[in-house]
Ligand binder design. Structure first.
Ligand SMILES: Nc1ncnc2c1ncn2[C@@H]1O[C@H](COP(=O)(O)OP(=O)(O)O)[C@@H](O)[C@H]1O
Ligand SMILES: [Mg+2]
Length: 246
């Protein structure tokens, strides 16, 4: 479904992505792992044109895009198929949960209000927030806010959802409810790329792992192999370190 090749990106002369490849099949959950600063967020952002890559190609459902030079219309075409879940939810704090989810549909996608509201309600029910439609984000826990942000993505009927450390801003006791929603999505066949430090989630839910460090992919392959028998010394150290932290 997605095949990205040779993504490069520099900030202020420092090369942050040094030719990264990533591919995702329909229905796959791909976990992107790696220490802080390795370029994981930049990778996701480049895939969705939130950041403009210096080089790289993206094949999406067989259509080729140049990540460095794609035009507005091409960017819109890619974004119609994707949703992005941020670490800090990015909800409008002065809008209700229902409005937050509806707005993405009426404003960005020009979907009629009635239909947008129906889709938003369905998505909010799916993440367990059917009773919070009129609530404002500041009255919700971080876990509820992140679930609302996931609903906002789901309501767009994306082909793939990009998650950038969706639980790392949460208090430990709230992480589980968000991971549980993501687990459900995965089992329903949603295609996802998940940047995460939740090793147990990555191990039990993801099909493939991409392990990055310093802007390069150190190792990628089936999750089972990565966790049970990592090929690279560096991957082994990372997995052991993260596991020992818990
Ligand atoms: N907009 C930006 N401007 C300058 N430097 C950036 C920007 N975004 C990211 N970086 C730098 O790129 C490096 C990788 O960042 P990031 O992709 O956020 O890594 P990760 O998500 O793996 O922690 C970091 O050193 C960060 O400071
Ligand atoms: Mg990051």
């Amino acid at each position: 479904m997605i095949e990205a090749r040779n993504i490069r990106k520099s900030f202020d002369g420092a090369e942050i992505l040094k030719g990264v490849d990533i591919s995702v099949d329909k229905g796959d959950v791909v976990a992107v792992l790696g220490p802080s600063g390795s370029g994981k967020t930049t990778l996701l952002r480049c895939l969705n044109f939130l950041e403009r890559a210096d080089a790289g190609t993206l094949s999406f459902d067989g259509v080729e895009y140049d990540l460095a030079t794609a035009k507005k219309g091409e960017i819109a075409a890619v974004r119609r198929k994707t949703a992005f879940v941020f670490q800090n939810y990015n909800l409008f704090l002065n809008k209700t949960v229902l409005d937050n989810v509806t707005l993405g549909l009426t404003v960005a996608r020009k979907i009629p209000k009635d239909e947008a509201v129906e889709r938003a309600k369905t998505a909010l029910e799916r993440v367990g927030l059917g009773d919070k439609l009129g609530a404002y984000p500041f009255t919700l826990s971080g876990g509820q806010q992140q679930r609302a942000a996931i609903a906002r993505g789901l309501a767009q009927n994306p082909e793939i959802i990009y998650f950038d450390e969706p639980t790392s801003a949460l208090d430990p006791e709230l992480i589980g409810e968000v991971l549980s929603v993501m687990r459900d999505l995965a089992s329903e066949g949603m295609t996802m790329i998940v940047v995460t430090h939740e090793m147990e989630f990555a191990r039990s839910v993801s099909k493939k792992v991409v392990f990055m460090e310093n802007g390069v992919v150190v190792e990628s392959g089936p999750s089972k192999e990565f966790f049970e028998n990592p090929k690279e010394e560096r991957s082994r150290k990372f997995v052991n370190f993260i596991l020992s932290e818990r």
